[in-house]
Ligand binder design. Structure first.
Ligand code: PEP
Ligand code: MG
Length: 614
């Protein structure tokens, strides 16, 4: 885990002063090595007058550059797909859409013709205006799309000018830590993994595509460092800590010693975690907790097996739509669902019906933008109106149920009418399949996600009609506390241990158990080992988490005793303060499994604002 860039035997540079930069940790790991500073991609674009007779030629050059860029992006997408799978490669769809944006293309052609200027200047001016507009939008997700826009614009400009980026990140001569203002998703996807020890950027957030890529590639990374590109120079030596979001220039011997210890702890923790992979998730006093995995695509089935999960608790099926440039057919969906179900059989795979809308891009569905997309036409609300989409998915899931242990759940149920309507439609689709003699599992279990406070309050009505409930804490927290889960400005209010959340979870668990059905948690809260004792104490039967964190949760489960979790839950249900509940959770978690927390400076459940410290 501690990757460094010094060749063996080569003396390390003499330490000058140590300088610490703090940002947002987005990908775990520690590395140290030489800085490779990326130049500013925004090179000046000159304005040249073009005579009337040559204007058509400029437009031709522009169209050729668009088509060359398209080929390049398709090639990057193909490589990423092969290396990392369809969900990561899917982000390049957004880049391809920029190239097909008729309004943008027409505007550039108009500018060439009317202002009689070179294609580079016309394109740069229009593209920069689009990117600046996106960058100024409050919504963090849309703001991130400005980076996509600039990424594509740089490629088009390079193709127009014949200029290449100064550094070929795919072919580096020596190990280095890449420092840039903003690494684009395509830069990140092409990083030479044998040479790039880690990377750090001035801008960025946890939800950016670059951060998602870094985690997939398992490259330590820190973003949101504000001015780091202005403060560092090529060839300087830095230490990068992706656990805590820190970059240290000229680390002192003391710092290196401390980080050496941190890395040794990480290595020994990873060994301990490997030990629990094939062991049961059972508490010290014999209570079994079902640990399942959250996945986005059928290909993730391998990761599910490797992390020691007992099946899939949440298959976010909408990624089939998001990562494809067309509406997936029933047959395509069937193939994907069957592959996951068959690969993991007899373990269960819980398919969540499409949760489209909210922050999930619907580029090819032509859905008009909404003022409040998280409160809008999303998930089951969307599916119950777009019946062609719902029907093809339900038929595909039912057909897949003949090939494994498939269960299905509806997202964003807010009232009983939605559940009844969805169930009635499922019955209709089952009748169709029977008439067509297409096999499916008649006993396929159906559950619902509990993500809205109204669903908690009617949980008894839901539970008596369902086989399981799965609490989606990501949304339950945002809807209960009125805190947008994407908005960094109010991130400090996004509190999983808020007394209201604790009580909502307990009410859901009690309702499920009154009706003798199981209840799980599949939001991010389930993947935080600090909160595992609380969730178990509240009576949750199943935790469904991302495969890379599952071993940590199992490690925690195997160190707990039920009475101490019940005591913690009883305290939390009486307590009036989110901070006090969190402190008690931390105390118990750190007592029983201290090694899980040795690399963390930040406490889980807290939000540290990024600020440079020197
Ligand atoms: C949740 O809301 O907790 C959940 C698991 O669903 P998603 O994160 O996909 O909205
Ligand atoms: Mg949700």
């Amino acid at each position: 885990m501690f990757r460094h860039g010094y060749a063996k035997g080569v003396p390390e540079p003499i330490q000058k002063g140590e300088k610490v930069f703090r940002g947002i940790p987005v990908s775990n790991g520690v590395c140290r090595g030489k800085v490779l500073l990326l130049g500013n991609a925004q090179q000046p674009v000159s304005r040249q007058s073009v005579p009337d007779a040559l204007l058509a030629g400029e437009i031709g050059r522009f169209e050729a550059a668009l088509s060359q860029t398209r080929q390049e992006i398709l090639e990057v997408q193909r490589k990423v797909n092969a290396a990392m799978g369809a969900s990561e490669a899917g982000i390049f769809e957004a880049h391809l859409l920029v190239l097909e944006d008729r309004t943008l293309i027409d505007e550039v052609v108009r500018a060439i013709n009317q202002q009689k200027v070179n294609a580079e200047h016309a394109f740069h001016t229009v593209a920069e205006r689009y990117a600046a507009t996106l960058a100024a939008i409050e919504d963090e997700y849309l703001r991130e799309r400005a980076a996509d826009m600039r990424d594509v614009a740089t490629r088009v400009l390079n193709n127009l000018t014949g200029r290449r980026q100064g550094v070929d990140l795919h072919q580096l001569k020596e190990p280095c830590i890449v420092i840039g203002h903003d690494l684009t998703p395509s830069d990140t996807a092409q990083l030479d993994r044998t040479r790039v020890l880690g990377f750090a950027t001035d801008v960025g957030s946890k939800t950016s595509h670059t951060a998602i890529m870094a985690r997939s590639l398992r490259i330590p990374a820190v973003v949101g460092l504000n001015t780091i590109t202005a403060e560092l120079e090529n060839g300087q030596y830095v230490l990068l800590d992706g656990f805590n979001g820190v970059v240290i220039l000229n680390p002192t011997d003391q710092t290196l010693f401390e980080y050496g210890q941190l890395v040794r702890k990480q290595v020994s923790l990873e060994e301990k975690l490997r030990d629990v992979l094939d062991k049961p998730a059972i508490t010290l006093d014999g209570q079994t907790i079902v640990l399942s995995a959250n996945i986005e695509q059928a290909a993730d089935a391998d990761a599910v097996k490797a992390c020691g999960a007992e099946g899939v608790g949440l298959f976010r099926t909408e990624y089939l739509y998001i990562s494809s440039n067309h509406l997936p057919t029933e047959e395509e969906q069937f193939q994907a669902y069957r592959a996951a179900a068959a690969a993991l059989s007899p373990q269960p795979v819980v398919m969540r019906t499409f949760d489209l809308g909210g922050d999930k891009f619907l580029s090819h569905l032509q859905v008009p933008p909404e003022m409040n997309p998280f409160l809008g036409w999303r998930a089951i609300r969307f599916c119950l109106e777009e019946l062609d989409i719902f029907r093809s998915q339900i038929r595909a899931i039912l057909r897949a149920s003949a090939h494994g242990n498939v269960k299905m759940m509806y997202p964003m149920i807010s009232g009983l009418e939605e559940l009844n309507r969805a169930n009635a439609l499922v019955e209709e689709y089952k009748a169709e399949l029977r008439r067509e003699n297409i096999p499916f599992d008649e006993a396929m279990e159906i559950g619902a996600m509990i993500e809205i406070p109204s669903a908690v309050l009617i949980a008894d009505s839901l539970a008596k009609r369902l086989k399981f409930l799965s609490i989606g804490t990501n949304d339950l927290i945002q809807y209960s506390l009125a805190v947008d889960r994407m908005n960094e400005k109010i991130a400090y209010l996004y509190q999983p241990t808020h007394p209201a959340i604790v009580r909502l979870i307990k009410a859901t668990v009690d309702a499920a158990h009154r009706h003798n059905i199981w209840v799980g948690v599949c939001g991010e809260m389930a993947g935080d080992p600090t909160l595992t004792p609380l969730l178990i104490g509240l009576g949750v039967d199943e935790l469904s988490v991302a495969p890379p964190v599952l071993p940590q949760i199992k490690f925690m489960v195997r160190r707990l005793k039920i009475p101490e979790t019940k005591e913690l839950a009883a305290f939390a249900l009486e307590c009036e303060s989110a901070g006090e509940i969190l402190a008690r959770c931390q105390e118990l978690a750190r007592n029983v499994a201290p090694s899980l927390f040795e690399n963390r400076v930040l406490e889980s459940g807290t939000v540290a604002p990024p600020a440079p410290v020197s």
